[in-house]
Write a protein that binds this ligand. Structure first.
Ligand SMILES: Nc1ncnc2c1ncn2[C@@H]1O[C@H](COP(=O)(O)OP(=O)(O)O)[C@@H](O)[C@H]1O
Ligand SMILES: CC(=O)OP(=O)(O)O
Ligand SMILES: [Mg+2]
Length: 400
């Protein structure tokens, strides 16, 4: 029997998601204890999946290491632990791959050391990714472990989009450039959007809006990323759950000189105490929606700032692409918040974007078009599947 299962660990800033997939099954078959998630015609069969949410927040697990303990206990209880001989590989989401990692990579001690070196560039993510890698390697030193990088899909960006307009020698010396993140999701969703439209990825230009706790936009031309909103780190771009996204860099000098804050305090402020949580005290769009229904002014303002930034990026990437075939909403907020989708695109008819209020309001779990029949640009809700994408990339590396 050939081992054909892949365990995927996806450590986000607020969650640990895991999936165990059987890559030998072309269509979904096995479910276990009713725990497998519903899914469409993909090439893996999900044997188990789950999420440990709200890591580091009150009333939940303290950190990713503890979350991983919960996950391995859960898997072992179902006879699906890391000790299973049917495992072919573990696929790890790694957020920052720097300039070196642009392909799925077999993990060695040296690779772990390189990923650790990138911690300063993704402080909310790479430490958790490294924890997952270390725990899994300890439990199964014999098993191939594969790192799949968030930055990889964006490596194709032209220099004009990837370079910041700062002194070239300084930028090159310190690796300062736009790397972009959520690449696995942007890659998967742009392809899935083409499929939804009955086209090949090479035929369509798509603006992908990945709106989770972290959020990013990308402009994808014919399947290739040409621009994205996150930069050197996952801090730039859209307003996020706890991150500011774009600000004037001089805000930092001002807070340092006038506010007497040190660099770590400012880092903490912009990464953890800004965005939605900084504006209104909540980073969960569901809670913000509830508060808006009760006419809570700060929740409303946080929402307005969030969608204003989104609209700016839709406009910017429409210009970058020239012709836009689709705008795809994905991740926690993008897939579930009809209010965000509607507010972000309302009034954009002159750009050929006509969202259909009725279609948009229908809840669903599969990829769907929510624009009107006459809309020149298709607006789509496309559930992301970082785990399937990671499993496929990991599996093709160990079973080419
Ligand atoms: N039904 C919903 N309506 C609005 N927002 C939602 C809903 N469900 C989840 N979300 C939002 O999705 C976010 C999490 O998105 P997700 O993509 O899972 O995040 P991450 O991978 O960054 O941890 C939550 O913070 C919440 O704001
Ligand atoms: C890169 C990033 O922000 O990831 P997440 O949205 O999972 O926190
Ligand atoms: Mg995520």
């Amino acid at each position: 029997m050939t081992a054909s299962r892949v365990l995927v660990l996806n450590s986000g800033s607020s969650s640990l998601k895991y999936q165990l997939l059987d890559m030998s099954r072309p269509s979904p078959a096995t479910t276990l204890n009713g725990a497998a998630t519903p899914h469409g015609d993909d090439s893996g069969s999900r044997l188990a999946s789950g999420i440990v949410e709200r890591i580091g927040e009150e009333g939940s697990v303290a950190d990713h290491s503890e979350a991983l303990g919960v996950v391995s206990k859960e898997l072992r209880a179902r006879g699906l632990g890391l000790d299973s001989p049917e495992l072919a590989a573990v696929g790890h989401r790694v957020v920052h791959g720097g300039s070196r990692f642009t392909e799925p990579t077999l993990i060695t001690d040296e690779v772990v050391a390189e990923i650790e070196k990138l911690v300063p560039l993704a402080p909310l993510h790479n430490p958790a990714n490294v924890t997952g890698i270390k725990v899994a390697r300890e439990l199964r030193p014999d098993l191939p472990q594969v790192a799949v990088f968030d930055t990889a899909f964006h490596a194709t960006m032209p220099e004009a989009a990837a370079r910041y307009a700062i002194d070239r020698a300084t930028a090159d010396r310190y690796g300062v450039r736009r790397y972009g993140f959520h690449g696995t999701s942007h890659a998967y969703v742009s392809r899935a959007t083409a499929k939804l439209l009955g086209k090949e990825p090479s035929e369509v230009n798509v603006v992908v809006l990945h709106l989770g706790n972290g959020a990013s936009a990308s402009a994808v031309r014919g399947g290739v990323c040409v621009d994205t909103s996150m930069g050197l780190t996952p801090l730039e771009g859209l307003v996020m759950g706890t991150r500011s996204g774009d600000i004037d860099p001089a805000v930092i000098f001002h807070l340092s000189r006038v506010g007497a804050m040190d660099v770590d305090e400012i880092d903490d402020l912009l990464n953890k105490r800004s965005g939605l949580v900084g504006l209104c005290g909540d980073n969960d769009m569901r809670e913000i929606g509830r508060r808006m229904a009760e006419r809570d002014a700060s929740a409303q303002l946080a929402f307005d700032i969030y969608v204003h930034r989104l609209r700016k990026y839709v406009g910017a990437y429409s210009a970058v692409l020239g012709r836009v075939d689709a705008i795809a909403f994905t991740a926690g907020v993008g897939e579930n918040s009809a209010a965000v989708r509607e507010a972000a695109l309302r009034g954009l008819e002159p750009l050929g974007i006509e969202i259909d209020a009725v279609r948009n309001a229908v809840r669903g779990t599969v990829a769907r078009v929510v624009s009107t029949e006459t809309s020149r640009v298709a607006v789509a809700v496309v559930p992301t599947d970082e785990e399937l994408e990671i499993a496929q990339q990991a599996y093709s590396l160990v079973r080419p």
